[in-house]
Design a binder for this molecule. Sequence first.
Ligand code: FMN
Length: 175
Amino acid sequence: MARILITYSTTDGHTAKICQRLGEYLTARTFAISVAPLAAVEERDLAACDKIVVGASIRYGRHSQSVLDFIGRNEGVLNRKPGAFFSVSVVARKPQKNQPHTNPYVRKFLRRIPWRPRAVGVFAGKIDYAKYGPIDRAVIRFIMRLTGGPTDPRAEVEFTDWRAVEAFADRVAAM
Ligand SMILES: Cc1cc2nc3c(=O)[nH]c(=O)nc-3n(C[C@H](O)[C@H](O)[C@H](O)COP(=O)(O)O)c2cc1C
């Protein structure tokens, strides 16, 4: 039974939720799955798995530095094993920005990292204004006003296309 490590960086929990969904989907297809935040992954976890999936969300135009550090630290093992990366952002709710070659954050990120994941996923995330502090809420509402998204300060909207998440899981299964 192939062992897949699914690891992530998240701020508000949505990337972790996508990882849980990937994990459930792949467990049902007879893979042995571990899901853990990047900070909890040790060298021996990477050594023990057969495939690796890394997920990260976008905040103010960037993936967290911890993702770049993780990839830099583990470049060798990441490039030796089948691996996949996915990015979560609200801009990815736009059909013209939901592919690795059309999403500006992912294009830039892939150019910066020394890892060549075999599969790359781009998923739309979630807006949950009640969770944000006043400055973040104001900034995100402003961006949403400019880009035609929800601006109601009570809005909680999940844009994620769960079928796209499952299609990505199928690619991970086939790697
Ligand atoms: C403070 C803040 C800044 C964000 N900045 C961006 C951004 O620059 N571009 C974007 O597309 N989405 C942005 N988002 C949306 C997040 O990527 C989205 O909410 C995602 O679901 C967060 O995933 P997480 O809960 O795993 O951190 C931002 C969200 C917050 C709260």
